[in-house]
Design a binder for this molecule. Sequence first.
Ligand code: NAP
Length: 264
Amino acid sequence: MLEHRTILITGASSGIGRALALAYAGPGVRLALIGRNAERLEESAAAASVKGAEVVAAELDVRDCDAMRTWIKAQDAAHPFDLAIANAGITTGLGNEGSSEDPEAVRALLATNLFGVLNTVEPLIGPMCTRRRGQLAFIGSIAGLRGLPFSPAYCASKAAVHAYAEALRGRLEGRGVVVSLVIPGFVKTPLNEAISAAKPLEIDATRAANIIRRGLSRGKATIAFPLPLYLVARLARILPPRLVDRLFAQFDVNVPETRERVRP
Ligand SMILES: NC(=O)c1ccc[n+]([C@@H]2O[C@H](COP(=O)([O-])OP(=O)(O)OC[C@H]3O[C@@H](n4cnc5c(N)ncnc54)[C@H](OP(=O)(O)O)[C@@H]3O)[C@@H](O)[C@H]2O)c1
């Protein structure tokens, strides 16, 4: 079992990230939490402190490569991370009737869900390899297993994260660094609540965090849940593509467009 005492979590001000912070919080644990909303981030930090963790929280935008690098490297130099969880993410989609996504929304999404993930792990890969110790966890999505006709850019961002994590795993594990890819189905969070759809086998964020924590402590390569939904998504990859397209076309799903935009 891997022991995690010094942990970085992005997107810790809400949903799965906050639940992960609380799942790990306890005496002897140091949490470094990143989010943008100061008030919600502080709520997460305070709740984790009450559980006995030492907490440091930074209002950072994961899209800000320089700020992320500077803060993460400084934290790691003082308190080397055992585990970094690249969790922060947003969603966007085609809405009810759309046939193309706003290019600005798409770029904001990729800046967060893909480049934000790179900005989180890149500062740590070298130091972890030097120490021959540490774990990198990537929060992907079942939506990254097969493109869904409701949210092209979101699916693309998560597919990219999956491929990146898998590639790193093959290279870094010989260098003492464990890489885990988390593939959640529906988890009840503000992100998910904005989406109008049937959400089969939805679970709450606390349960998701406990599943993720257990999988990470076992050093699992892939932590996918719930299993039936994961298997259906895997099946959708091997069935004839147009058959799967026709099946998806039957679903009534509205993934609204994000209001996030890339900063000038
Ligand atoms: N919920 C689901 O059903 C589900 C399923 C599969 C995968 N996921 C993935 O799980 C991850 C967490 O999502 P969630 O459901 O917990 O959503 P959430 O409740 O909306 O939380 C998202 C978190 O990401 C942070 N974030 C977003 N953009 C950021 C930025 N530019 N810089 C820093 N932090 C940023 C938010 O912080 P601020 O609000 O402070 O900006 C917030 O803490 C995402 O990667 C999501 O794609 C979720």
